[in-house]
Design a binder for this molecule. Structure first.
Ligand code: NAP
Length: 291
């Protein structure tokens, strides 16, 4: 079994990005500037945004964190989006999801300039992804694909089962896995909460992408010998033995599944760090595109 070490891979990609930033600086060009908008005080969102800002600093980007209270109105957030769209100093930005319930997420995402949409959630970028045109790919699916590429995981002709059909993970990773490219050329099945006999379906898969948000849902008996397993899940599970009072659990029962697979991602240290570097890579591309 080979561990798909997202933490180590992300570290080496960050070094590559940092050297590109250094080259930009040396040639007198502006360094990439990523902004992040956080509305409210959701603990997990604050942690994610904090890691994104820290990663920007590590690679030499400029970062701006805009925080607003949870009672911010939709109109106020649209004004922030408009300012970020028009600010020539900002190369790309993200609106951390989920937003408070009184704000229409679609309305906000539609207002983002697709050329600054480094999360790749705007319909223009989603449409371009479907047509295999250059675009910002959503960070988590792009991170998964990059991890498979870096470990030279065979994908052509393989049957991939993606568990989850969300717009930010399951659906886009399914699209990327079926593309005529490497990694890609898989025959993809998308599973969701209404899928019948998921166990047999998974058992027939050469590649399983677990993105459903149910801790340790994928067990050893669901996986065939030699399969590749990518665990996207991040769930906080109460754990009194931890100082924080919780631990992070993936969607895969690692101990059972690792024994059977050819490649597997750990949680933490698998897909999570790759998601952040994808965002950095998108921001670097935004700078190049703007020039
Ligand atoms: P989501 O929007 O809640 O979508 C979950 C998907 O899983 C849905 O399509 C749902 O089906 C499906 N599902 C739920 N229960 C199922 C079951 N018993 N059997 C089969 N399918 C089932 O979640 P998400 O945003 O895609 O995130 C999924 C997980 O990945 C979460 O743990 C999240 O925290 C994590 N995540 C991690 C990263 C990272 O960087 N590592 C990034 C994003 C998300 P229906 O459509 O039928 O409801």
């Amino acid at each position: 079994m080979i561990l798909l070490d997202g933490a180590a891979t992300a570290k080496s990609i960050k070094l590559e990005i940092a050297s590109e930033v250094e080259a930009l600086k040396k040639s007198g060009q502006k360094v990439p500037h990523l902004a992040a908008v956080l509305v409210g005080d959701d603990g997990a969102s604050m942690t994610y945004v904090g890691s994104k800002v820290k990663s920007c600093e590590e690679v030499g980007f400029v970062s701006t964190l805009i925080t607003r209270p949870s009672n911010t109105t939709e109109e106020e957030l649209l004004q922030i989006v408009d300012q970020l769209n028009r600010d020539p100093e900002i190369d790309g930005y993200i609106i951390q999801l989920p937003l408070p319930k009184h704000i229409n997420e679609h309305k906000i995402l539609l207002a983002i300039d697709p050329e600054k949409d480094v999360d790749g959630f705007h319909p223009v970028n989603v449409g371009k992804m479907m047509l295999n045109l250059p675009c910002f790919l959503p960070a988590t699916p792009a991170g998964i694909i990059e991890l498979l590429r870096r470990y030279q995981v065979p994908t052509e002709g393989k049957h991939a089962v993606v568990i989850g059909r969300s717009h930010i993970v399951g659906l886009p990773v399914s699209v990327l896995l079926q593309r005529n490219a490497y990694p890609g050329n898989c025959t993809v099945t998308i599973a969701h909460s209404r899928t019948s006999d998921l166990k047999s379906l998974c058992k027939s898969a050469d590649i399983v992408i677990a993105a459903l948000g149910k801790p340790e849902f994928v067990t050893g008996e669901m996986i065939k010998e030699g399969a590749v397993v990518v665990d996207v899940g991040i769930t906080r599970v109460v754990d009194a033995s931890k100082k924080s009072g919780f631990r992070i659990a993936g969607d895969v029962n690692f101990a059972e599944v690792a024994e059977k697979c050819s490649f597997i991602t750990p949680v933490p240290g698998g897909v999570g760090p790759m998601t952040i570097v994808s965002l950095l890579m998108n921001t670097l591309s935004a700078v190049k595109n703007h020039r």
